[in-house]
Design a protein around this ligand. Structure first.
Ligand SMILES: [Zn+2]
Length: 219
């Protein structure tokens, strides 16, 4: 059975880490919209050219471009056994288009990682990056960057009001998507306020359980 996963979750919920782990464990491509956008622009695909032109003009990318780029990516053969989608859909129009793209391809499991607001605020305020190369610092790095040896600093865009503002924008933008999916039997909420390994295990169980098509024999 294919494991087709859409990840939802606010900044600081561990969405990036968990989607990365899930993709790696199951040998599936992790499809993050930022990455495939850059790829498409570089490869000068028709959709990439449209995206590049819009970004050069300082415009936000419309649904058509985003849907085109994600659709192209999901048409590649490495997604046959499944994928983890991070950062898409962002609008109900995109979510409906994804349903059309997924038609006949097995269930689409939507995982929403939920973490209390005060915990998110604390996590985001403590998030550190390398002051030299900008890479995100895992907790194991004590004071210097594991990549380039540079000093670790607290992310400036994560201070106080900016963090709260980002979360507010996230919830406002994501609420319609959660409503779009929440009535489905393949929608799962998982508790992100637990140790990362526990979240990984519960996500794994949720996706496997939700991916079984009714009537299909369990492997
Ligand atoms: Zn560095």
């Amino acid at each position: 059975m294919a494991l087709n996963v859409v990840m939802l979750g606010p900044p600081g919920a561990g969405k990036g880490t968990q989607s990365e782990r899930f993709a790696r464990t199951h040998g599936l491509p992790k499809i993050a919209t930022g990455d495939i956008l850059r790829e498409a622009v570089k490869a000068k695909t028709p959709m990439g050219l449209a995206a590049g032109a819009a970004m050069d003009a300082g415009e936000l990318l419309g649904d058509d471009v985003m849907i085109g780029i994600v659709g192209d990516r999901l048409a590649r053969p490495d997604t046959q056994a499944g994928f983890v989608l991070d950062g898409f859909p962002r609008t109900v129009t995109q979510a409906s288009a994804l349903d059309r793209i997924m038609h006949g391809r097995g269930p689409l499991v939507v995982i929403d990682i939920v973490v209390p607001e005060d915990v998110l605020l604390r996590r985001l305020a403590a998030r550190r990056i390398c002051g030299a190369c900008g890479v995100n610092a895992p907790v194991e790095w004590i004071s210097s960057c594991g990549v380039c040896g540079g000093p670790l600093v607290t992310r400036t865009d994560d201070s106080d009001g900016i963090v709260a503002g980002r979360l507010k924008v996230y919830h406002r933008e994501t609420r319609p998507i959660v409503e779009f999916y929440s009535g489905r039997p393949t929608f799962r909420t998982i508790d992100g306020n637990l140790p990362p390994d526990v979240v990984t295990a519960s996500m794994d169980a949720a996706v496997r359980e939700a991916s079984v098509v009714p009537g299909e024999a369990r492997a």
